[in-house]
Design a protein around this ligand. Structure first.
Ligand code: 8YV
Length: 321
């Protein structure tokens, strides 16, 4: 029997996933769950045939250029792959996979939480009660925005976008979307297609971002885009921080043009943007879109499934490059 492939798992994953990885691979784990520096990441990859990273490990061209010949696959534990330079990986003949589908429900739940948290001033209310500042009540106290029956604009009606749109429809929201290409009627599920982002912005009482971060989408929600949103709109971002110009967002929140924003992702992670912390009308979460036990198990299993296929000589189902 040939030796098991050597695998580096860069972050601590669920017990079930690590047990499966230990059973089927000659696996090295990161029990301390420390984020490796680029130098450490390169060092730890030297003796392995495969790596199973999270979005916290950046495989840019310089890291990929320093990977050993024997390393043939980067099996990501994430749907987003913007932390991997796909062109550099493909030039080196390294296969890259992701974990689509399995995190759509969990991420859609967080998008709805961000929408409601922003619309109904959840952070502000929570802080007030918790800090003992709730000394007053009146009919005009903490009045928020009702989202029922409003227009829900989706940028990127892909897997996560579609589940989120279905959930939004549960609130009687009318779904609009913009994609590079119009979807089939079955995939659209009655959502109204807008050929341009500009058109979508104009009709979005709530705008929810679900597209990948690419050079083309970086900074797409800038000052001009925010200005196109209807007065009192709400921005929800559970995709990637760099889709949004956070300086412009803070301005739009400060001026009141946007009623609020609900964010799970930031340009700088971990940490977020201190300019946003000062504003009452933002609901902020620390990138936990897919953070449920079920989904973490499913993501780990999906990554291992891709590795199993690759080492069995088959095409991994979720190959992105
Ligand atoms: C994950 C994510 O928590 O899958 C993604 O792209 O952003 C998150 O859901 C993270 O990437 C895990 O590596």
């Amino acid at each position: 029997m040939s030796a098991k492939p050597r695998l580096l798992v860069t972050r601590r994953l669920t017990e079930a996933v690590q047990a499966r990885a230990a059973r089927d691979y000659d696996a090295t784990f990161n029990e301390a769950d420390r984020v490796f520096s680029p130098t450490e990441l390169i060092e730890r990859c030297q003796e392995v045939d495969a790596v199973l990273p999270c979005h916290s490990e950046i495989f840019d061209a310089s890291v990929i250029g320093a990977l050993p010949e024997r390393l043939k696959i980067i099996a990501n534990h994430s749907v987003g792959v913007d932390h991997v330079d796909l062109a550099a990986a493909s030039a080196r003949g390294i296969v890259v996979t992701n974990t689509p589908d399995v995190l759509s429900d969990a991420t859609a739940e967080i998008a709805i939480l961000c929408m409601l948290g922003a619309a109904r001033r959840a952070s502000e209310g929570d802080r007030m009660v918790r800090e003992g500042r709730w000394a007053h009540w009146s009919p005009s106290f903490m009045v928020g925005r009702q989202i029922t029956g409003r227009r829900f604009g989706v940028v990127g009606l892909g897997r996560v976008g579609r589940v989120t749109a279905l959930r939004a429809r549960g609130f009687g929201m009318e779904v609009h979307y913009h994609n590079r290409r119009r979807l089939s009627p079955e995939q659209e599920m009655g959502a109204v297609f807008h050929e341009t982002l500009e058109d979508l912005l104009g009709v979005s009482d709530v705008l929810s971002l679900h597209c990948p971060a690419t050079p083309a989408t970086t900074g797409m929600i800038d000052a001009a885009a925010l200005a196109r949103l209807p007065e009192g709109a709400i921005l929800v971002n559970t995709a990637r921080g760099n889709l949004v110009d956070e300086v412009a967002l803070a301005d739009a929140l400060r001026s009141g043009h946007l009623f609020a924003a609900g964010l799970d992702v930031y340009r700088d992670e971990p940490g977020g943007n201190p300019a946003l912390f000062e504003l009452e009308n933002v609901f902020l979460l620390p990138h936990i879109g897919s953070a449920t036990g079920e989904t973490r198990d499913a993501m780990g299993n999906r990554a291992l499934h891709n590795l199993d296929a690759f080492f069995a000589g088959r095409a991994p189902a979720d190959r992105v490059s």
